[in-house]
Ligand binder design. Structure first.
Ligand code: PEP
Length: 256
């Protein structure tokens, strides 16, 4: 089995950028640039308030819309939170869970990442589950232990069937928004480690079918060599996804 058995997914993470009117224009511009590019799935994960405008602008195009978080409870007294069925009804197909900015600044833990993932999958969303080591962990030589532990804890209790709707985004925290990119070899090494953990948790078939993206300062200049690696099945892109022309070039790099 090889790369051809799994989807390549290029996903943008707009983070806290773009008003609804700006989102409408950016989705339309992106959609025009990636039209007919069938070599990968194209997703834009937008702020909650942009979802309606983004979904409308993406209608009839090959751009799919994602959210950047979801709460684990179905409803109730959770002021400021958004439930999975709310996202679905708005036309959202994907949701990012466990992004390092949520882990760093908003107290997200492997336990809450796991709960959110289960809630999202139960509702019918596809999950882009983010994990990765911080700089000190890499420098201490414990990257393998950290990503293995995160993979196990974040996927605890998730069935092989549900894994069809889970995408893993390996995002070394030291590479996010810093301009520092993992080398293709570093990205390949860790994506392969994660695939190995999935094989142990499930089986080789599930592991080979799981899309594992790399994220961390991926851009139009470095995407091709990262995406060429056997175990790198796409990218989660922050900064460069805000500029449609740059994002579209990354989509182009994924067509090979
Ligand atoms: C991200 O937000 O997931 C990310 C990878 O950001 P950037 O591409 O800006 O490093």
């Amino acid at each position: 089995m090889n790369k051809s058995v799994r989807s390549t997914i290029i996903a943008g993470n707009w983070k806290m950028n773009m008003t609804p009117s700006a989102a409408k224009a950016a989705v339309a511009e992106t959609a025009a640039l990636v039209a007919g590019k069938t070599g990968c799935e194209v997703v834009l994960c937008v702020p909650f308030v942009d979802i309606a405008a983004a979904v409308e602008a993406a209608k009839g195009t090959n751009v799919k819309i994602g959210a950047q978080n979801v709460h684990f409870e179905a409803k109730g007294a959770f002021t400021g939170e958004i439930a999975a069925d709310m996202l679905l009804e708005c036309g959202v197909e994907y949701v990012i869970i466990g992004h390092s900015e949520r882990r760093q600044y908003f107290g997200e833990t492997d336990e809450t990442v796991n709960k959110r993932t289960k809630a999202a999958l139960a509702a019918g969303l596809k999950v882009i589950l983010c994990l990765g080591e911080v700089l000190g962990e890499r420098q201490s030589g414990i990257t393998e232990e950290i990503v293995s532990m995160q993979t196990k804890l974040d996927l605890a209790g998730i069935s092989a069937e549900d894994m069809k709707n889970v995408i893993i985004a390996y995002e070394p925290v030291w590479a996010i928004g810093t301009g520092l990119t993992a080398t293709p070899e570093q990205a390949e090494e860790v994506c392969a480690i994660i695939r190995g953990v999935i094989a142990k948790l499930y089986d080789e078939k599930v592991a080979q079918a799981t899309t594992i993206q790399y994220g961390g300062s991926m851009n139009d200049g470095n995407a091709a060599e990262l995406l060429a690696k056997e175990n790198v099945d796409g990218g989660l892109i922050g900064g460069a996804s805000l500029v449609p022309a740059k994002f579209a070039k990354i989509v182009d790099a994924a067509q090979a």
